[in-house]
Design a protein around this ligand. Structure first.
Ligand code: NAI
Ligand code: MG
Length: 349
């Protein structure tokens, strides 16, 4: 048996994790998978009543699980840095989920804002535990004219090496092409170091072609020529921005999945859609569940069930191709429940 911790979180996070759970039950029946679930109500709602997003021993309670499936956290009234640093970031860091993996691809039936976005298929590999999102820094002279804030970026040889190695390995298994996002012309300590480590590691992997692009030019190329990319490796901040941009290029934030991985498998990895809690549509039953369902497929893959993951992917493709089983954000007419019914039917449930 494999045990999965489910954290629905806030807003549409709850609707899309329920949807993913139903689809997982259907594919588990078909492939005879033994998956067990426990649900945790950690959320902004909990913060409002109990003063914390999760209990003090929250991370320890998740430790025994094989994987974590998360919806979204964040709600008006609770500052976003509180919800993020009170739940998601502690989990990513305590479980050394140093890879944030975000696949981007176009689908028949999902219109991209680009004129020519056929056959876009790449993966952003974002460094997930160090870099620009560090806790090192501070503020001084608050309220005075000379008030200032400093926040240090932290790039370690261990941290850069392992993310680059992961990206090289992934590129080798795909089309053999790696792009490193940098800005070493302007940021002359950390990103020059990043470039050096990328070059060293790439030299050990001669069957992967690679190049480095400055982040500004890379952002433009993602819009102008998204087809040319295979695997993009980026620091925490650059990867965060690039993957949202890339998800928009592919057509919708509602379908974009992500995985926070501990590739050493010492700790549980966490799977979550890229989108947030969408307060503007929460409670209406119209959220697109595909981002959460695709994230669940990535979880199946990680748990050693690639055939089940591929079946879920195929069901997603079939649903997206039909306006009757696409949600409104994609110009379709279905609600969340309608998409789930269609996915389950494709899985033979
Ligand atoms: P958002 O992703 O929640 O919403 C942005 C826009 O996209 C909204 O118009 C929303 O209706 C639409 N949208 C998002 N997901 C959708 C789906 N599955 N189906 C249909 N439409 C969808 O981002 P926003 O509004 O910036 O953030 C709302 C809250 O979510 C904030 O508190 C934020 O901090 C939090 N958030 C949490 C994340 C996480 O848990 N990893 C990630 C991003 C935001
Ligand atoms: Mg983001």
């Amino acid at each position: 048996m494999q045990r999965i911790a489910v954290i629905p979180g806030d807003g549409i996070g709850r609707e899309v994790t329920a949807a993913a759970h139903t689809v997982l039950d259907a594919v588990a029946a078909r492939h005879r998978l033994d998956l067990a679930y426990d649900e945790f109500d950690w959320s902004c709602e909990r913060y409002t009543t109990e003063g914390a997003m999760m209990p003090p021993d929250g991370v320890d309670r998740l430790r025994p699980y094989d994987a974590i499936l998360l919806g979204a956290v964040g709600w008006p009234g609770v500052p976003d840095h509180v919800s993020l640093w009170g739940l998601l970031i502690p989990i990513r860091r305590a479980f050394r989920q140093y890879v944030n993996l975000r696949p981007i691809r176009t689908f028949a039936g999902v219109a991209s804002p680009l004129r020519d976005a056929a056959s876009v298929d790449f993966v952003v590999v974002r460094e997930n535990v160090e870099g620009e999102y560090s806790e090192i820094g501070g503020r001084l002279n608050r309220g005075f004219p000379d008030e200032f804030a400093v926040q240090e970026s932290v790039f370690t040889r261990t941290g850069v090496t392992r993310i680059v190695d992961y990206a090289l390995e992934l590129a080798r298994a795909r089309r053999g092409y790696l792009t490193s996002a940098t800005k070493s012309n302007g940021i002359v300590h950390t990103l020059v170091f990043w470039d050096e480590v990328v070059a060293e590691r790439a030299a050990q992997t001669p069957d992967v072609r690679w190049d480095a692009e400055h982040i500004d030019a890379l952002a433009a190329k993602l819009v102008l020529q998204p087809q040319r990319f295979d695997v993009i490796v980026a620091s925490n901040l650059f990867g965060d921005i690039l993957s949202d941009l890339a998800a928009a290029v592919a057509g919708s934030i509602g379908i974009a999945p992500s995985a926070n991985l501990d590739p050493t498998r010492t700790h549980p990895s966490m799977f979550e859609p890229v989108h947030g809690s969408a307060p503007d549509i929460a409670g209406q039953g119209v959220a697109n569940p595909v981002g959460a369902v695709w994230s669940a497929a990535m979880m199946l893959d990680h748990l050693g069930h690639p055939a089940a993951a591929a079946d879920v992917q195929a069901a997603i493709e079939a649903c997206l191709a039909d306006p009757g089983t696409r949600t409104r954000d994609l110009g379709g007419t279905a609600d969340t429940a309608g998409v789930v019914r269609a996915l389950v039917a494709h899985l033979g449930g």
